[in-house]
Design a protein around this ligand. Structure first.
Ligand SMILES: [Zn+2]
Ligand SMILES: [Zn+2]
Length: 143
């Protein structure tokens, strides 16, 4: 077995063999069920104006997962005027990415500045990472 493809599920933390996703099959099924429920709910014309809070209440799907669906583009939020989530910086309602356009521009400027000043540190971190990962799996597998 190729141990490079063994990963911890990003949702439940269990070790699984990575094929396409960052989570295990159980969590994958769970997400698909949630998605089905949400898309059934949104298919109904009456629910076109629903907010995330309303969808969460009607379907039991967490707002965090709703946000993921929208961010991944699985739910096309542009079709639903009130469906969106808060920009992580200013809280304005957005329908894609993590930040609204204004904050993203600010952020990009900041990142560029930081990248320029931290180039040396960055190359050091990259050199260390592969060694750390191998050690981690070694410990895991020997259990
Ligand atoms: Zn899982
Ligand atoms: Zn913003």
């Amino acid at each position: 077995m190729d141990s490079n493809r063994l990963k911890n599920c990003t949702i439940c933390g269990r070790l699984f063999l990575q094929v396409h996703t960052d989570h295990c099959l159980d969590c994958y099924k769970n997400i698909e069920q949630d998605y089905e429920r949400v898309s059934e709910f949104l298919k109904n014309d009456q629910n076109r104006m629903a907010t995330i809070a309303e969808v969460t209440e009607a379907t039991g799907v967490s707002s965090k997962r709703m946000t993921e669906f929208i961010r991944e583009g699985r739910i096309f939020a542009d079709d639903y005027p009130n469906l969106g989530y808060a920009c992580s910086r200013c809280g304005k309602m957005i329908k894609k990415q993590l930040l609204c356009n204004t904050c993203f521009d600010d952020f990009a400027t900041d990142v560029n500045r930081v990248l320029k000043s931290e180039k040396v540190t960055d190359s050091m971190v990259q050199k260390q990472q592969p060694r750390k990962e191998r050690g981690y799996w070694h410990v895991k597998n020997s259990k």
